[in-house]
Design a protein around this ligand. Structure first.
Ligand SMILES: CCCCCCCC/C=C\CCCCCCCC(=O)N[C@@H](CO)[C@H](O)/C=C/CCCCCCCCCCCCC
Ligand SMILES: O=c1ccn([C@@H]2O[C@H](COP(=O)(O)OP(=O)(O)O[C@H]3OC[C@@H](O)[C@H](O)[C@H]3O)[C@@H](O)[C@H]2O)c(=O)[nH]1
Length: 392
């Protein structure tokens, strides 16, 4: 056997193994998702509910912000405080928060204006003063675009049992008008849900910090929130630090409802590109692994592998692969939605195809620039996650 043939056989076997592994990830996500999201967990009794400090870092106003923030004033939870932080004193979000404070005079609310610089991460800088002032040990960090149901906080708190240090809400989205909303929903209900559910099922850190509740005393042992200002992916490193102390990280039984009023396919692609940039820069192994978890890329690679190993028709294999992936993605989004999908099957097909066909391009785009833009700043993330702000 020639060396070329040996190498090709090893490569084809590895790709075929990777293809089987992708179906394992799929199965894990479906089973775990059904178990987690469809079977209600025991609720906390009112006397067992710990107080929660909710930090809302705000930057700018969008058409849904007032409605989203108002849902935090109407939570069905006995003891919580709301800590709004706004870094720029000219930010229109300040007037909005003040008007909500007037409308809800009984709410326990504080507004922090101005940032404390502890590192390049703007979100952390914005939140530090609120974090320091928080009076409860349980802290919920909740991004500006998040909308809560009345029972969302009690669902999250009931997942925070003794050996758990961090509860995350899996990212999902509210249904809004237009195709961009369908597109976001399809992304978070398929690709992201697959990674997030399967990873959490086996204890792999796949943390997205848009809505996460943690124990302050545990984070303090790791240096406090300020310690994570040096990372852009502060959510990933906070989760890692909490886990290093022997605490579990768990997913909440209800997903996070992102409901930003400004959304478009182009903006969403920019956000996905930023996230891919962060993952690739801090965990370079992802440059190879992540494309192989994409339907089209793995389909092409596995089609070549089965032709080489088993003399199977690559075109027939590819079409079967895409069909099965598509069907399982549809089942997965139904599991995540946990109710009727708010769009038609046709819209799902179009959004799914656009997502699957554009994602290799987005993953490639990550390599086009060595810096990344987040809100009004540019950053460079180094291997291992340490980040520096780039000023031009
Ligand atoms: C042969 C195939 C091997 C497949 C291996 C799987 C490779 C991972 C594939 C996809 C990753 C998707 C990433 C999920 C979304 C993460 C969202 C995100 O970027 N969030 C950032 C902003 O909030 C955050 O700062 C970054 C966090 C880092 C996430 C690391 C994700 C690890 C996911 C691993 C999933 C593997 C599951 C294995 C189960 C057996
Ligand atoms: O400079 C900044 C940037 C952002 N933020 C706040 O951070 C939150 C998230 O910002 P965006 O919506 O722009 O970004 P994303 O939804 O992509 O964030 C996500 O990716 C980056 C991670 O660090 C975040 O934890 C995660 O939620 C918002 O509440 C925003 O107001 C700041 O307070 N200051």
């Amino acid at each position: 056997m020639s060396i070329e043939l040996i190498l090709a056989t090893v490569l084809a076997s590895a790709l075929f193994g990777g293809w089987l592994f992708d179906w394992f990830i799929f199965s894990l996500a479906l089973i775990y998702g059904k178990w987690l999201l469809h079977y209600p967990k025991e609720k906390l009794s009112p006397e067992d509910t710990p107080g929660v400090s909710i930090i809302k870092p705000l930057m700018g106003v969008d058409p849904n912000l007032k409605h989203n923030l108002e849902t935090f004033f109407n939570l069905d939870y006995p003891s919580y405080e709301l800590l709004f932080s706004v870094q720029d004193e000219n930010d229109p979000a300040i007037l909005l928060v003040k008007s909500l404070i007037e409308s809800y005079p009984k709410a326990d609310v504080k507004l922090f204006i101005g940032l404390k610089h502890v590192g390049p991460n703007g979100k952390i800088n914005n939140m530090i003063r609120a974090y320091e002032a928080a009076k409860h040990n349980l802290i919920l960090i909740s991004d500006s675009g998040i909308k809560m149901n009345e029972d969302s906080l009690s669902e999250m708190a009931s997942c925070m049992v003794k050996d758990v240090g961090l509860v995350l809400q899996m990212p999902y989205v509210c249904s809004r008008n237009g195709f961009a909303s369908v597109y976001e929903q399809v992304y978070f209900g398929t690709m992201q849900a697959r990674a997030c559910l399967s990873a959490n099922a086996v204890g792999v850190n796949c943390s997205t910090g848009m809505s996460m509740i943690f124990k302050k005393d545990v984070l303090e042992v790791a240096g406090g929130l300020q310690e994570f200002g040096k990372y852009l992916a502060e959510d990933y490193f906070i989760a890692q630090a909490i886990r290093n102390q022997g605490y579990k990280i768990t997913l909440c039984t209800k997903p996070a409802l992102q409901n930003s009023g400004n959304y478009s396919v182009t903006d969403f692609h920019k956000r996905l590109r930023r996230w891919a940039y962060m993952r690739y820069s801090m965990l370079p192994l992802f440059v190879f692994l992540e494309p192989l978890s994409e339907c089209m890329i793995m389909g092409v690679a596995a089609s070549w592998a089965v032709q080489f190993l088993f003399d199977f028709s690559p075109m027939g294999f590819f079409l079967l692969h895409v069909l099965l992936w598509f069907l399982l993605d549809y089942v997965l989004i139904c599991v995540v939605q946990n109710g009727p999908l708010p769009f038609s099957k046709f819209e799902f097909v179009v959004a799914w195809l656009l997502r699957e066909l554009s994602s290799p391009y987005i993953l490639l785009l990550r390599h086009a620039d060595s810096t990344i833009q987040w809100r009004n700043k540019k950053y460079k993330v180094r291997w291992g996650g340490i980040t520096e702000e780039v000023t031009t």
